[in-house]
Design a protein around this ligand. Structure first.
Ligand code: 56B
Length: 346
């Protein structure tokens, strides 16, 4: 296995500032299941997003790889109420006549670059410092507002590192990596974290190296969802993948009562204080999020034996729902703030 589930359990069992309310997880399981049923949540949902590609070809694998290579740290230093709106001057990409922020700003930037004839999904391009100079990448992520894309330097480094690995070891495309995994999602996660250090999302926690692997797991899951469990998306052990420990899903798990924060963590997060990467509180927020989704998943399987559900679909549903709430509530958002860690891992 990937070791993520075991790490999450260890973190949950040793956490000081985050705990899980088992009754709330049971209640949440019922409401999440009902809502997913009503929305007929499935892998089909993935391609329904206007910015996600729906063609099922190798170029789409390259698109998903570059998006999930750079799928980190979009929370804003200026949008203090986390409205997600570009009139707060938060980093915004203009595309298809719309202003995209957060995760969607990344997809919009990639699609805009492709439309401008920049081969930003091609790994060989990322290692050509003439054609793909730092300035070209800066242009790709140009903002409509005062705030620029967070961690641009780190994003450039990720492209260079991954371009090197894909062109020297996997025939120039992540398709080569998928082939080597022989339809095992667990093997593919291992291949990713072994060959691409910027995906190796691990922390030292109370004497142990704990594995979180957020971007490696969402990369495998986006391929699985986009290709509807066929072709490049065909995996025999996809249910071994856990929830992806980002900064958005802990927020909705807290709103559902599943996650409880200590008083000191609550006031730290609500006063928008940063939490350094690898701080025990950060590790506990991430590990307990993963574990609470495992508990919700088990509860759903208990309440509805044989139902086709896994941590990925529950995660996609929770993330999409958290974004809907953010869009609806704007300044009136009552949910707890997302925790503020700058990291290339999520
Ligand atoms: N756990 C989890 N984290 C996810 C996603 C996604 C996008 N996936 C969607 C795309 C197609 C499918 O339909 C999925 O719904 C992005 N993120 C993370 O969120 C953060 C960005 O948040 P904000 O700044 O508010 O936009 C950042 O850490 C990013 O890595 C997910 O699904 N699950």
């Amino acid at each position: 296995m990937t070791g993520v589930r075991e790490s999450a359990k260890y973190i949950f069992e040793n956490a000081d500032d985050v705990s899980i309310d088992l009754d709330a997880c049971q209640r949440a399981a019922a409401s999440i299941y009902a809502s997913m049923l009503e929305k007929s949540y499935s892998t089909e949902t993935w391609s329904s997003h206007v910015l996600n590609p729906d063609s099922k070809e190798p170029a789409t694998v390259d698109w998903i790889f570059v998006v999930d290579l750079l799928n980190f740290s979009f929370w804003s230093d200026v949008d203090d109420k986390d409205t997600g709106r570009s009139d707060t001057q938060r980093f915004t990409v203009s595309w298809l006549g719309q202003q995209w922020t957060g995760y969607w700003s990344l997809c919009a930037a990639i699609n805009r670059a492709l439309a401008e004839g920049i081969p930003i999904t091609t790994p060989a391009f990322w290692i050509d410092k003439e054609k793909c100079s730092d300035d070209v990448i800066r242009h790709i992520f140009r903002s409509e507002t005062a705030e620029q894309v967070p961690m641009l330097k780190e994003r450039i480094a990720c492209l260079r590192e991954a371009g090197e690995a894909l062109t020297t070891r996997f025939g120039g495309s992540f398709v080569g990596c998928i082939a080597e995994a022989n339809e095992s999602a667990v093997e593919l996660v291992k291949l990713i974290v072994d060959n691409f250090p910027c995906f190796r999302d691990e922390s030292e926690y109370k004497g142990r190296t704990v594995k979180i692997y957020k971007r490696a797991q969402i990369l495998v899951s986006d391929i699985w969802a986009c290709f509807n469990q066929q072709s490049y998306g065909k995996f025999t052990d996809i249910d071994e993948i856990t929830m992806f420990a980002d900064y958005r899903v802990p927020q909705i798990l807290h709103s559902l009562g599943c996650l409880k924060y200590s008083d000191s963590l609550t006031s730290h997060v609500q006063s928008l204080q940063p939490i350094p990467h690898n701080d025990p509180r950060e590790v506990e927020l991430r590990g307990c999020s993963i574990w609470s989704v495992e508990l919700i998943k088990e509860e759903i399987m208990k309440q509805h034996p044989g139902t086709k559900i896994n941590a990925i679909l529950i995660d996609f549903y929770l993330w999409d729902t958290a974004k809907e709430i953010q869009n609806e509530m704007g300044e009136k958002q009552e949910a707890i703030q997302c925790h503020r860690t700058r990291s290339v891992f999520y």
